[in-house]
Design a protein around this ligand. Structure first.
Ligand SMILES: Cc1ncc(C[n+]2csc(CCOP(=O)(O)OP(=O)(O)O)c2C)c(N)n1
Length: 359
């Protein structure tokens, strides 16, 4: 069985592909060849858009950036199970799923340049602005899921966070409310094992994030977050459960942040070479590529072609991002409140004057 009971049997863990891409045939999800490839394409897009963002930051073309490298399988495996009408409530490392749900890449880059217009998504793209206060977004996902339940809607809300958020009060309040009110909410926690430099073992005594839902009588599973097929299967089961109206669900993707926390961090100060190498051996894209090769679903030539097409798309999006008209200085205060408090009204007047002076 792909599902194991761990930690004295109180948490379930799902694994399908091992680190070398080996598997048991009857454990592979029933997907069309097109969908098997779609997962790969999504992961490659995430890896390449991420690399481009790191380069843009180094060239001073965006201000800062939080890499998602290593977490592609987690975000792609979920993406295939969501409908366009579902809502995603991201934190700051979710650009992969944001892109998969239709947020244009040039807006994602704009946001990392500190441009508020990066949050102006096209009509029909149901993505809330990424939350920077750790854990706060999970409460919004609970609220949306409660509304969907009360309005008898088919949609679900997905709240994203890292392991660090599970040590915040917001996380527990969000889970408690969601469970009490049967919210149509999926809590999708990517445990990348670090909250900046603080390892999971130093921020909680718990052995998993999945077990934290049990206190709220909420179903959960831990999944190998570097195995896209396992994440796909766990997400499918969780999404079906929530859509049927059975209540909220928590998925913990156990994964690894392969890069710095953001471009202002140096992870070699707190992680050793052995650990980094251990996780490099478990790269989610390499592992899935082995599976695709052994099933003759892709070859080197096809992958080269795909990388070329993705590269072209990224360059076009960078071009769109860099040809956006200059943002207004007043954007800095205009989107925080419906009605500006007096001190921001004063600041707004000042910003308008400066803008006039500078032309
Ligand atoms: C409420 C709050 N406290 C502290 C911070 C500073 N901070 C930014 S990211 C981060 C760590 C988050 O770790 P985790 O939830 O595991 O997400 P990850 O960055 O690993 O994806 C912290 C402490 C913040 N943004 N918000």
């Amino acid at each position: 069985m792909a599902i194991k009971k761990i930690f004295d049997g109180y948490v379930e863990r799902l694994e399908i592909l091992d680190k070398d891409g080996n598997y048991k045939k009857d454990e592979i999800p029933q997907l069309s060849n097109e969908d098997f490839l779609k997962l790969f394409e999504l992961m490659l897009k995430m890896r390449l858009l991420d690399q481009k963002a790191l380069n843009l930051q180094r060239q001073g073309r965006i201000n800062t950036y939080g890499s998602l490298k290593g977490q592609e399988a987690s975000q792609a495996g979920l993406a295939l199970n969501l409908k366009k009408s579902d809502f995603i409530v991201p934190s700051f490392r979710e650009h992969g799923i944001m892109m998969a749900m239709g947020v244009p890449l040039h807006l994602i880059y704009a946001l990392w340049k500190g441009d508020e217009r990066g949050n102006f998504h096209p009509e029909g793209v149901n993505c809330l602005p990424p939350a920077i206060p750790v854990g706060s977004q999970l409460l919004h996902a609970t609220g949306l899921g409660m509304a969907f339940k009360w309005k008898n809607r088919d949609e679900i809300a997905v709240g994203f966070s890292g392991d660090g958020s599970s040590s915040q009060g917001d996380f527990h309040e969000a889970l408690n409310f969601a469970s009490v009110f049967g919210a149509r909410t999926l809590f999708f926690i990517q445990n990348n094992q670090y909250a900046i430099s603080v390892p999971f073992s130093k921020q909680t005594k718990a052995r998993s994030v999945a077990q934290k839902s049990l206190a709220y009588e909420m179903k959960s599973i831990q999944v190998d977050g570097n195995d896209v097929l396992a994440v796909y299967q766990a997400s499918k089961d969780a999404v079906d459960y929530i859509r049927k109206g059975e209540g909220p669900f928590l998925i913990e993707c156990l994964t690894y942040r392969m890069e710095n926390h953001t471009t202002s961090d140096d992870h070699t100060k707190y992680r050793n070479k052995e650990e980094i190498e251990f996780w490099a051996q478990r790269d989610p894209i390499d592992r899935y590529r082995k599976f695709l090769h052994s099933n003759k679903l892709i070859d080197e030539e096809k992958e080269k072609q795909l990388v070329k097409e993705i590269g072209k798309w990224i360059e076009e999006e960078v071009e769109k991002f860099e040809s956006m008209p200059k943002p207004k200085a007043t954007d800095a205060v205009d989107y925080v409140y419906d009605e500006l408090p007096w001190y921001l009204k004063e600041e707004r007047v000042f910003l308008e004057e400066k803008e006039r002076e500078n032309g």
